[in-house]
Design a protein around this ligand. Structure first.
Ligand SMILES: C[S@@+](CC[C@H](N)C(=O)[O-])C[C@H]1O[C@@H](n2cnc3c(N)ncnc32)[C@H](O)[C@@H]1O
Length: 239
């Protein structure tokens, strides 16, 4: 029976795919490539392309990032209908996601709208913060420590989030970098962070000090890890 697959392909390094992801990619008749704007290109496709069948149909779908929630919902529903057409046709359809499909991914919205008569299989991938922590040889959690994941936006009270937290992963940091920096300063945490842009890619950059970094210089593919109990002891095996 044909299926709708959500496949996590890791965040940049094409050797960071699971064997299951590679096997699944080889089965696909149609590959769905989400883009924020048509023509923008797809990181997930760049990572996965070498594993796809030569004759796989590549379908780029625009998922608008418009501020209006209703506009975004309409765009997701429209794209789900397109996916359902391929499934009705008996095709194996795969939706590629950078990192993991269950971590801040458009794939989850497709699952919200997709008719329950279709069969779904999700293949996990390595999310950004797991890739980063291993690449830097820095533990994310130890003993009784907690870990919080925050997708940054303008409405978050960052200082409040930092208080009483052991470890925080800040994703989408380019959206409100100045506020994040201010909250790190106010809570005395400027020396307890590491930030990575384009993790696993050729243009990867690692920042232990963000004092001189301005919001306009922070790229979309940037994640920051805060360890409020201190990070310096873990730097010895880091890049
Ligand atoms: C829509 S979310 C995708 C999350 C992804 N599903 C995951 O499992 O990590 C996009 C955010 O993921 C992070 N991200 C994705 N790729 C990255 C990379 N190569 N380096 C650093 N951060 C990355 C950034 O915080 C970016 O704003």
């Amino acid at each position: 029976m044909n299926k709708f697959y959500g496949i996590g392909v890791g965040v940049g390094d094409s050797s960071m795919l699971t064997l299951k992801a590679i096997d699944t990619l080889k089965k696909l008749d149609v590959v769905i490539l989400p883009e924020a704007k048509i023509g923008e290109g797809s990181t997930a496709y760049t990572i996965a392309s070498k594993y796809l069948k030569e004759n796989v149909a590549r379908v780029f779908l625009e998922f608008t990032m418009a501020k209006n929630e209703e506009t975004r919902k309409i765009s997701r529903e429209k794209n789900t209908t397109i996916i359902e057409e391929y499934l009705k046709d008996g095709k194996n359809v795969g939706f590629l996601t950078i990192g993991d499909p269950m971590v801040y991914s458009t794939y989850s919205y497709i699952l919200q709208h997709l008719n329950e008569k279709y069969t779904v299989e999700t293949v996990c991938g390595i999310p950004t913060f797991i890739d980063m922590a291993s690449m830097l040889n820095i533990p994310l959690t130890l003993g009784n420590e907690s870990l919080k994941i925050i997708s940054l936006n303008k409405n978050i009270d960052i200082e409040k989030e930092i208080k009483n937290s052991d470890n925080i992963v800040f994703m989408k940091v380019s959206r409100n970098f100045n506020e994040l920096k201010r909250a790190l300063e106010t809570t005395n945490n400027m020396n307890n962070i590491v930030m990575v842009s384009n993790c696993g890619k050729e243009n990867q950059k690692i920042y232990w000090d963000i004092e001189d970094i301005q919001e306009e210089d922070v790229e979309y593919f940037t994640t920051l890890i805060l360890k409020t109990r201190g990070i310096s002891e873990w730097k010895k095996f880091s890049l």
